[in-house]
Design a protein around this ligand. Sequence first.
Ligand code: FE2
Length: 198
Amino acid sequence: MSNSVTFNDFYQVPDLSFDINKLRSDLEVILKKSKYQTLGISNFAAIPMNKIPGDDNSIKGHNVRGIYWTKPDETGKEVKRDKPIDESKYTELTEEFKNTYFEEVYKILRSKFKLGRVRILLKEPRSTLSWHKDPEPRLHIPIITNPGCKMVIEDVAKHMPADGKVWITNNTRYHNFFNGGEQNRIHIVACMLENRFN
Ligand SMILES: [Fe+2]
């Protein structure tokens, strides 16, 4: 893999799109039943869409986050945070998503890609993540976004519109996400167990 800065780290999946209106209306329904977990990270929250069958602990605490590497200070030295997750065991849709449009989306995604955890991730206004990298690429379906929402991979920033399209991003390189709007950003984000960027 080259170190050059490139848009290739953002891949829009061709010939695949979902109904953004159905995603938004069913998200409203789900939010009446489910609460976002805040995970001890400021300005960030998640609702797990799948779990290890029979294991409710798999969608709690550290298991909603997962291992990552970051460069937290002026030394630029990389440190490891959190702990690894056995992504391949996450195969069962959680109860609140059953009989919603999300179930259909989940089934279609799983028929096309090798996926681990699938989560609804919320990013609050005027906030960023850490500068970090993950063990694997991520698949995104933006549900609610605004022009000030950008993912940054190395030195390239990109806005992913909420139009039902599916993106795969190279999270194995250093990245961040910022929401410069005044509204929560909400994406479906799945861990990819296949890496098209290698
Ligand atoms: Fe990440």
